[in-house]
Design a binder for this molecule. Structure first.
Ligand SMILES: [Zn+2]
Ligand SMILES: [Zn+2]
Length: 722
């Protein structure tokens, strides 16, 4: 009997054995359909064997082999690495690499005579089709597929062919055979950009990690695209990872415009299963030459992989926060190393991990010190007291005047605060009571649209009480400012201005963020108010005034990465101000103008700040100077969590013997209660990565033996914060 060892998407560390029915043939990497208990699951074949420890009569057979190409050896090796490095269940890791399995035939081959978009179409059409659903659907299909044949076009809608004819007439689409071949269009690059892309190109064929550090607006994307064009022209495929592609369709359009004739495949959670499967297949069979995707795309099979790019490598969204807690940037580095190809990590504000690697010579550093547009200068940063603003509905006199001046010149403004809702708390003026979530150790946020109190951690909502529940006083006061309150105040200050708000409450509907971005770009808006969604890579040439509110809050955070993140965020936000010939001004309201984070911002000197932070981390024994893993536990009963973590602490000390790993005692989590669960955590720390890798498997094995059934726990290697 042939036994097949299958990794299934369940939180179990072992694969499951099935027997192979006659007539089916599989090998490692095949995706198979099986039953587990009452469930039907798809899993990945890890090995084929002729014997099993499972009794034959208890073993089930494979139901079917899925219609998807087997995962290649290098992706299987990548999964093994991720499972071992992050102490994650083998089946959950492999599930990350399996594409959506379609019921019917999933593959759609393109034929000669197909139609594709031209660079001009990629640039112009998104705005033109924004309000025409049928044309927009056609555009998105063409964009995702690269090209479509006559049959596929006719099947889309009765008017699709007519629309397409008008696009061809306007030069926005073309028969694909006429698409131009790849050539690196390097016109308009400055010396620093040319030096950087030549260095990356020169590393082709071997593993070389690069840090591409460039100030906002310095043209990092052009460097990626030039390097990608050369790698593709030489027969390679390029993997480009970006944070939250849903927020950056502009980047996608630029990639397509810069690489005419190249099939680009996008992979992110915003795509439907069908599109994701088509794009996965295109990458895996080598048709797509560039894959643009979010963290999950790091597992995509790429037979001709020649270059990896991680844009905004410092961004927190590359780290998965549940399930398999991998960091896509670090996995990408491992993959580039295993495949022997260069990798480019790009950022204006590199993570301290990457910064330290570059400083110590493990990564090659490429610097873009100036903005790409020679007319553009970095914005002036002005620090003004925040306390003046508290009596003026959040916006102090300096920011108010700067916005007014900009509006009078016909320029645009942006006000940034990292808090959505109306006010971050509701307080009784008489007894000091404030509205707390019943399920979390957190304050409830006051909202006006729709009205009510909301918990931003567990989603709990309740009505605003008519009087203080503690003393009966009816004078309940909103404390502090959120985006809704600022929007209301801006409307009162500038009644003639056209104002829009961007936060998670206003952008739930797909495409609504794009629509606002487009209106801002078309100068149909004067002022934007919003959260950090505004921080990332949007260029508005008429945006000159940026206000930053509430940044001081991060200085109170207990999380060791809070100031690193604040600095990155502030530099990103400030980078929105002043492009092209219009100089920018950034007004930051702070009561701590001497704090190093603001000094760095004002001097546009991230390096000095990062070097100083690294010294602090070294003194405190924190990452990246040390290597840590965090064990988190949560349960309804605090006693259950404490017992579990005490036992875990004993087990850690045992596992750490003779390894050089330091074991810290359990402490309450930063948020000690969330969604009704009591939470605690403990840390293990090592000076060398190898020491931690030696200790973790033994500790993990011991944890699995603990009777902690009521406790939900997880090991987080290289945690985002604690
Ligand atoms: Zn009260
Ligand atoms: Zn809550």
């Amino acid at each position: 009997m042939t036994i097949v060892r299958v990794a299934l998407p369940v939180a179990v560390d072992q694969p499951f054995d099935y027997w192979l029915p006659a007539g089916l043939a599989v090998h490692a990497g095949h995706v198979v359909r099986v039953r587990l208990g009452a469930r039907r699951l798809a899993g990945v074949v890890l090995a084929v064997d002729d014997r099993s420890d499972v009794a034959a009569e208890r073993m089930r057979s494979i139901d079917a082999v899925a219609d998807v190409d087997p995962l290649p050896d290098d992706v299987l090796a990548l999964c093994r690495f991720v499972a071992s490095y992050y102490q994650a269940a083998i089946g959950l890791v492999h599930a990350l690499a399996v594409p959506p399995l379609a019921r019917g035939p999933a593959r759609e081959r393109t034929v000669a005579g197909a139609v594709g978009l031209t660079p001009a179409g990629c640039t112009a059409l998104p705005a033109l089709v924004a309000r025409a659903p049928a044309a927009r659907a056609l555009f998105e299909r063409l964009r995702d597929a690269g090209e479509l044949d006559a049959g596929a076009i006719a099947a889309l809608s009765p008017h699709a062919r007519r629309t397409l004819r008008s696009w061809i007439a306007a030069g926005q689409a073309t028969t694909a055979s006429a698409a131009r071949p790849v050539g690196a269009a390097q016109a308009g690059r400055n010396d620093a950009q040319r030096v950087a892309s030549a260095a990356i190109d020169g590393a082709r064929g071997g593993y070389v990690p690069f840090l591409l550090q460039g100030v906002t607006g310095s043209g990092k994307t052009e460097v990626y695209l030039d390097a990608a064009a050369r790698a593709i022209a030489a027969g390679g495929q390029v993997l480009m990872l970006v944070p939250e592609i849903g927020l950056t369709p502009a980047l996608e359009a630029r990639v397509r415009a810069a690489l005419p004739g190249v099939r680009v495949a996008t992979l992110h959670s915003g795509l439907g299963d069908g599109a994701r499967r088509r794009n996965f297949d295109a990458a895996a069979c080598g048709d797509a030459r560039l894959v643009l995707g979010t963290r999950l795309a790091v597992f995509t099979p790429l037979p001709d992989l020649a270059l990896v790019v991680v844009d905004e490598e410092h961004d927190g969204s590359f780290k998965q926060q549940d399930g398999v807690r991998y960091h896509a940037r670090d996995v990408a580095v491992w993959r580039a190393h295993a495949r022997g190809v260069p990798i480019v990590l790009g950022s204006a504000t590199p993570s301290l991990e990457t910064f330290a690697n570059a400083r110590d010579g493990r990564y090659r550093r490429l610097v873009l010190a100036h903005r790409a547009d020679p007319r553009a200068r970095l914005p002036t940063i002005v620090l003004v007291p925040d306390r003046d603003a508290r009596f003026a509905d959040g916006i102090g006199p300096a920011l108010r005047d700067a916005l007014a001046r900009g509006l009078a010149r016909g320029e645009q403004g942006l006000v940034f605060i990292n808090r959505r809702g109306f006010a971050p708390s509701l307080k009784c003026a008489s007894c000091g009571w404030d509205a707390q979530c019943v399920r979390c150790s957190a304050r409830l946020v006051l909202h006006r649209h729709p009205p009510g109190l909301a918990c931003h951690h567990c989603g709990h909502r309740e009505r605003v009480p008519p009087a203080c529940p503690s003393c009966g006083n009816v004078d309940l006061l909103p404390q502090g400012f959120g985006t809704q309150r600022l929007e209301r105040h801006l409307r009162a200050l500038f009644p003639a201005a056209r104002i829009a708000r961007i936060d998670r409450d206003t952008t739930r509907a797909i495409g609504s963020f794009d629509a606002v971005r487009q209106r801002m770009h078309d100068r149909e808006l004067d002022l934007l108010v919003g959260t950090q969604m505004l921080a990332k890579g949007h260029d508005f040439p008429r945006l000159t005034t940026v206000g930053v509110l509430g940044a001081d809050n991060a200085l109170y955070s207990a999380d060791f990465r809070a100031t690193e993140r604040l600095c990155a965020l502030l530099m990103q936000v400030a980078g929105r101000a002043g492009r092209a010939e219009h100089p920018g001004e950034v007004i930051v309201q702070t009561d701590f103008p001497d704090h190093p984070v603001y000094a760095a911002l004002r001097a546009h000197d991230y390096d000095a700040f990062a070097a100083r932070l690294l010294e602090e981390r070294a003194a405190a024994g924190l990452p990246p100077v040390t290597h840590v893993a965090l064990l988190t536990g949560e349960a309804h009963d605090r006693l259950d969590v404490e017992r579990f973590l005490d036992a875990a602490h004993d087990a850690a000390r045992q596992a750490a013997q003779d390894t050089g790993v330091t074991v810290y005692p359990p402490v309450p989590a930063l948020m000690a209660r969330r969604a009704g669960l009591e939470r605690a955590q403990m840390l293990v720390q090592a000076a060398r990565r190898a020491e931690l890798s030696q200790m973790l498997p033994a500790w993990h094995a011991a944890l699995r033996q603990l009777r902690g059934r009521k406790v939900r726990w997880a090991i987080d290697v290289d945690p985002a914060g604690f």
